[in-house]
Design a protein around this ligand. Structure first.
Ligand code: HEM
Length: 544
């Protein structure tokens, strides 16, 4: 059952309304031009209307004491569908309650943006906190309470977000992985004789996961996943990712169960401890193996160290932040990249146009991009010229977002939001799903990259919450992820034509515990190599 951190509830309804005009933080949203009047989300204080209370917000009827606990528990395996139904029925702000803990489901992306920027409160992952304190490890922001000093550690993570580091570190490091990515794709090719095309059994597992892992490694530690280094790891990339996923599932499960593990190590907690110990040792091992910067180019770890020193933090903090970035940055990006490939396969006209754009910027594709040590050299000047590719990526991130319930904030103070007074301790989650989004974005359910052209009639209204969030808690890996997405798109489109097994329809995403993903066992992804590769693939005996 999903229960949330216990909150101290405020006083009576009368007190609440009386305070409504005084001590709260005002959070408003611009009125969306595509929004009908019924679902307007401007705060009523602008019209000097009294603020409404949480209980006045539309939402499913709850039971005495339990609130909506049973309903939420019933849908725990598919919360996205349930929350989408709630949003369709009750509107942009839906209230639910688990015992005395208040939750709001917010579907207005502009209000979500303002909230993300204004509110720094976030739920604490309790099992991770307990584990770190038990082991004497520093608390990463996800494990710290909002009232604690989480910001010093967060400033270390934020080093990865500095705009100047895209040009100085992230892109120069990641462009060197271009040929590895293409070689890895080819390595996993199987030939479908009937279709006379190649396919990859599981693009996420086989290609995009190792690439996402390797990209975090390269940008932070400047290292490559060479055979020699891998043999010294003592673990495989797959094991790192799989154990990370086990840890993520268990931390979510333990969050919603009584914290018995504080007194007695339950089976789940022991397993959680085991995988976290493994991750910890593995990150330490990688930091040791790549202590010397083998790339000869700037890398992030030195800047993490510098930032940590400024706040008098020791090297353990740098290790903890590096671990957090590996954990948070691999699985999610791998899933996004796999979906991107299916989109390229689905949008054939766009893929052709992107190919032309890439030829204009980089020239005709060559075999050397696959066989040379680093592959195609991509600079930030090149990226600036890739307008179609940029629009395509923006649309993939808008339409195919894999975390539809996200940017959750745990109110650290009372606020006014969308005409309501919401009390400290309320949990607000943003639901970003096409049906709800299409109230704000013209033809929002359609995949139309050109909407991201400046001045397009179909553009998202200004002030939208992007896929990585905003404010102090936004994703610190945004720039690393952004470059990974670009480079994957560039390399794949230059060398292959893609198709999938679901005809003209984009294959529907599946849901696992908290994320959406493309299920490759249901929908196959096919590759047709461009002409310059055919001999190479014949020499590799791939056509059998
Ligand atoms: C396309 C891929 C990615 C998407 C869509 C994504 C999205 C997000 C979102 C929505 C959040 C929560 C933000 C909030 O609460 O407002 C987040 C947090 C986070 N992301 Fe990402 N992310 C991606 C890739 C990455 C990468 C590559 C890294 C590491 C290099 C990373 C590291 C993190 C970390 C460490 C946090 C937690 C930050 C904290 O504790 O304050 N992410 N991400």
């Amino acid at each position: 059952m999903k229960t949330l951190k216990t909150v101290t509830l405020l006083a009576s309804k009368q007190q609440t309304t009386a305070r409504a005009f005084s001590t709260t933080t005002l959070i408003t949203s611009q009125k969306c031009p595509h929004l009908n009047s019924e679902s307007s989300s401007e705060t009523s204080t602008l019209n000097k209307q009294p603020l409404k209370r949480f209980d006045e917000m539309p939402g499913p009827k709850g039971l005495p004491v339990l609130g909506n606990a049973l309903e939420l528990a019933k849908h725990a395996n598919n919360p996205v569908q349930y929350f989408t139904e709630l949003a369709a029925k009750y509107g942009d702000m839906v209230r639910t309650r688990v015992f005395n803990e208040k939750m709001v489901l917010l579907s207005d992306p502009q209000l979500a943006r303002v909230l993300s920027r204004e509110e720094e409160g976030r739920i604490t992952l309790k099992a991770g906190r307990h584990y770190s304190l038990d082991r004497g490890y520093p608390l990463i922001p996800l494990f710290a309470y909002t009232h604690e000093n989480w910001n010093d550690m967060r400033q270390v993570l934020n080093v990865a977000m500095k705009p100047q580091f895209v040009n100085e570190i992230i892109l120069p490091q990641l462009t060197e992985l271009n040929s590895d990515l293409l070689q890895d794709i080819i390595k996993h090719f199987k030939f479908d004789k009937e279709r006379q095309q190649f396919y990859i059994e599981d693009p996420n597992r086989d290609v995009t996961s190792p690439y996402a892992f390797g990209s975090v490694l390269k940008s932070i530690l400047g290292g490559r996943l060479s055979k020699e280094k891998l043999s010294q790891f003592g673990f495989t990339v797959r094991q790192f990712i799989d154990d990370g996923n086990v840890g993520a599932d268990l931390i979510t499960k333990l969050q919603y169960l009584p914290q018995i593990y504080k007194y007695y190590k339950t089976k789940d907690y022991k397993e959680f401890e085991r995988v976290l110990d493994l991750t910890h040792t593995r990150v330490e091992r990688m930091m040791e193996l790549y202590k010397e910067n083998e790339s000869g180019k700037a890398r992030l770890v030195e800047y993490f160290e510098e930032r940590a020193k400024e706040s008098n933090m020791d090297s353990k903090c740098v290790g903890a932040c590096t671990g957090a970035l590996f954990n948070a940055g691999t699985d999610v990006t791998a899933k996004v990249l796999a979906i991107l490939l299916y989109r390229v396969a689905n949008e054939k006209d766009y893929a052709d146009r992107m190919y032309e754009e890439l030829v204009t910027v980089f020239g005709e594709p060559t075999l050397d991009e696959i066989t040379s040590e680093n592959g195609l050299v991509v600079t930030s000047e090149d990226l600036k010229q890739l307008r179609l590719c940029k629009n395509f990526i923006d649309e993939v991130l808008r339409v195919d977002h894999i975390i539809p319930i996200r940017n959750t904030r745990y109110l650290s103070k009372d606020i006014e939001l969308g005409g309501y007074l919401l009390e400290k301790g309320t949990l607000i989650s943003f639901l970003d799903e096409l049906n709800t989004q299409s109230k704000y974005v013209p033809r929002g359910c359609e995949f139309l990259p050109d909407r991201h052209e400046k001045g397009s009639d179909l553009s998202e209204p200004k002030g939208y919450l992007g896929p990585f969030g905003r404010g102090a808690r936004k994703c610190p890996g945004e720039r690393v992820a952004g470059i990974e997405v670009y480079l994957t798109l560039i390399n794949v489109v230059r060398h292959f034509k893609l198709a999938h097994s679901n005809g003209d329809q984009f294959p529907p995403l599946s849901a696992d515990k908290s994320m959406m993903f493309m299920d490759a066992s249901k929908y196959r992804l096919f590759f047709t190599p461009r002409d310059h590769l055919i001999n190479h693939l014949k020499q590799l005996n791939k056509y059998q």
